[in-house]
Design a protein around this ligand. Structure first.
Ligand SMILES: C[S@@+](CC[C@H](N)C(=O)[O-])C[C@H]1O[C@@H](n2cnc3c(N)ncnc32)[C@H](O)[C@@H]1O
Length: 290
């Protein structure tokens, strides 16, 4: 295990346990469902041929491979993540080295808060939903900023509020009809919605030393079925995020009742084999001052 910041220990355990397993099992579906967010973020980050990119919280690697394609054979991509199962999947999915016009991709098991990144070497720090899980985000971002050359760019996507993300909350709402509510989270607690507040993200990035911070709200549809029909949507809703946490270790009959409720609500959104639900993200960009 690499050196970690102990304040991140709970999240690190979570991403090496239940969450890591769910994301790895659901990797193909997640990558289809999150494709609209990837496309928007990649367009915003605008990786260029020959650039060196670090993909923070790269998970199973989909965006690392997209970046490797974008920067081409003269570029370089390093995917950093703290989850062994997810990095294991990323390594399995890696295209053969011989792929033309594809940058080498290295995956590193590390806590981005304390990892000794090669200083001032990267052109772009990138993340699709991988930077909201730090206990002390300003410290983590200050550490990551040191990896960027002067004038280098930061570009990441994070979720806006739970209310604006029914794709993640619809399952939880149904589950709460049958199981107790999860302990209330504070808005700053590490988790998917930790960067919902525009003011907080500005504060964190300013404190970490970034300049030219910009946040663009983008609304999109997330097909929780990933084009595979209603039952696939039910399974992905049950296994990802707060819904899976709420149903963990609950009596089988309650889980079955919640599942049926979720199925009925998702059915009302079914369009062909897709279940498109609204999602809301921030596209955040900044630079390392020159
Ligand atoms: C919501 S997942 C996103 C994964 C991937 N970027 C994607 O979009 O499929 C969040 C990722 O952040 C990683 N992560 C959480 N805390 C981390 C830390 N301290 N250092 C590095 N990675 C971390 C998790 O292991 C997980 O892979």
């Amino acid at each position: 295990m690499p050196v970690i910041d102990n304040r991140n220990a709970d999240q690190i355990a979570y991403w090496n346990g239940a969450a890591g397993r769910c994301w790895t099992d659901q990797q193909q579906m997640q990558d289809v469902a999150l494709a609209p967010a990837s496309a928007a973020l990649l367009a915003k980050a605008a990786p260029k041929a020959g650039e060196s990119v670090i993909d923070i919280g790269c998970g199973c690697g989909a965006t690392s491979f997209a970046l490797a394609r974008a920067v081409g054979a003269n570029g370089r991509v390093v995917g950093v993540d703290i989850s062994e199962p997810m990095l294991g999947r990323a390594r399995q999915l890696a295209p053969p080295d011989t792929t033309l016009n594809f940058a080498p991709v290295d995956f590193v098991l590390a806590d981005a808060t304390v990892h000794p990144f090669a200083p001032a070497a990267a052109d772009l720090l990138f993340s699709r939903f991988g930077v909201m899980f730090f206990a002390e985000p300003a410290t983590s971002f200050a550490n990551m900023r040191r990896a960027l050359r002067r004038g280098g760019r930061l570009a990441f996507a994070c979720w806006r509020t739970p209310r604006e993300n029914p794709w993640m909350m619809l399952g939880l709402k149904e589950a709460y009809k049958y199981v107790p509510k999860l302990p209330p989270m504070q808005p700053d607690d590490p988790g998917p919605f930790a960067f919902a507040s525009e003011e907080r993200v500005h504060r964190i990035l300013d404190e970490a030393g970034f300049a030219e911070v910009q946040m663009e709200p983008v609304d999109l549809f997330i097909d929780v079925a990933a084009g595979r029909g209603l039952e696939a949507a039910v399974q992905s809703t049950l296994s990802i995020g707060p819904t899976s946490l709420a149903l963990e270790n609950q009596p089988a009959e309650k889980v079955a009742a919640a599942t049926q409720s979720i199925r009925e609500v998702l059915a009302s959104h079914l369009k062909g084999d897709t279940v498109p639900l609204s999602g809301a993200i921030w596209l955040v960009t900044a630079t390392n001052p020159t």
